[in-house]
Design a protein around this ligand. Structure first.
Ligand code: DAH
Length: 342
């Protein structure tokens, strides 16, 4: 029986070397190692051996089994490799098929709007000034004429960080102080774009993260007419000339007097629709003459210097310009929106 096993092993190895496809190795497996295979047949006869012979024959039979199984595994791996490369080289390239077009990215609607704003203001001589997104209570509120406990703080729901006194800026206005302190006592004409954060319920009209562009002009004879001139010019260029606009009195602690600029709703042409809440007007920015205390905090003598400031939300501007009815689209990352707008 030992001889029989040795013979079987040699025969099986030779047969395996001839199996040249994965299919053939499967047939080989059932012939030699399968349930009705030849090795199994020999093992079945173990019972007929004497108790002395049985352990030795059993051990050899097992060795043969293990060796054949391993040989099969190696053969199959080698065949799989060759079959794969053969399949690859058979694959022909159809030169007549049209090429796959590359999809070209687009600027985000907010970026497009920001760039339009930059172009309009830089043409009027404003420089772009960068200021931090993480601010202190002092810059975000106190230096803007809102001491702790000032009721106007209620207009800005704030994200506080775990560091004492640090917060995510609720508006770009603290940048006014940075810019003034960088330039005083020289005149300033800057815009300050950037992200702002508010701890607010997200709705169709307000997000908890959004952009603002702040503007600031300080000099010796800057008047309310300059403010009106600059902002009217801006709105004409941004929305097209001839559109109705109005300055409406308002309140901000850092400006006196303060106004808001409204523009005729472009969706309904002033007749009233859900976007303008049936008023016919859309608010596009807040503005005013820089408060003497703020001028002082920035390092300017308010008896000598004056200035105007404004703050606008580019997403709001884009909403109006492109007739978008929900601000949440801006950060939802839906490609259909990103492709359509801007
Ligand atoms: N910071 C104000 C806000 O977030 C907007 C604003 C209003 C900015 C009037 C100004 C300004 O510079 O003069 O609501």
């Amino acid at each position: 029986m030992l001889e029989q096993l040795e013979h079987l092993r040699q025969e099986a190895e030779a047969a395996l070397a001839h199996a040249s496809t994965t299919e053939a190795t499967k047939a080989w497996h059932s012939e030699y190692l399968g349930r009705k295979g030849r090795l199994t047949a020999i093992l079945r006869n173990l019972a007929s051996l004497s108790p002395e012979e049985r352990p030795q024959v059993g051990r050899v039979a097992n060795e043969v089994k293990v060796a054949l199984e391993q040989a099969l595994e190696e053969r199959q791996a080698a065949l799989a490799q060759t079959e794969l490369s053969a399949a690859r080289s058979r694959q022909l390239v159809d030169m007549t098929l049209p090429g796959r077009p590359q999809t070209i990215g687009k600027l985000h609607p907010t970026t497009v709007t920001l760039r339009e704003i930059y172009a309009i203001f830089t043409a009027m001589g404003f420089q772009i000034f960068d200021s931090p997104e993480v601010e202190t209570d002092e810059y975000n509120f106190q230096l803007l004429n809102m001491p702790p406990g000032h009721p106007a703080r209620d207009m800005w729901d704030t994200f506080y960080t775990t560091a004492p006194d640090q917060l995510l800026r609720t508006h770009t206005s603290p940048g006014q102080i940075h810019a003034m302190r960088a330039y005083a006592p020289n005149p300033v004409r800057v815009i300050l774009p950037g992200k702002c954060y508010r701890y607010e319920q997200v709705t169709a009209r307000s997000e908890s993260m959004f952009y603002q562009v702040e503007g600031l002009a300080i000099g010796k004879r800057i008047t309310f007419s300059d403010l009106k001139g600059v902002l009217t010019n801006f709105a004409d260029q941004m929305y097209g000339e001839g559109r109705q606009m109005r300055f409406r009195k308002s309140y901000f602690p850092f400006t006196e007097p303060s106004v808001e600029l409204d523009i005729e709703c472009m969706l309904c042409g002033g007749k009233g629709c859900p976007i303008c809440k049936y008023t016919g007007w859309l608010e596009i920015l807040g503005a005013g003459m820089v408060h003497p205390i703020v001028l002082q905090n920035g390092g300017y003598d308010p008896t000598e210097f004056s200035g105007f400031a404004f703050g606008m939300g580019p997403e709001r501007i884009a909403l109006v310009k492109y007739g978008i009815d929900d601000i949440r689209y801006f950060y939802a990352n839906d490609v259909r929106f990103l492709e359509r707008v801007g």
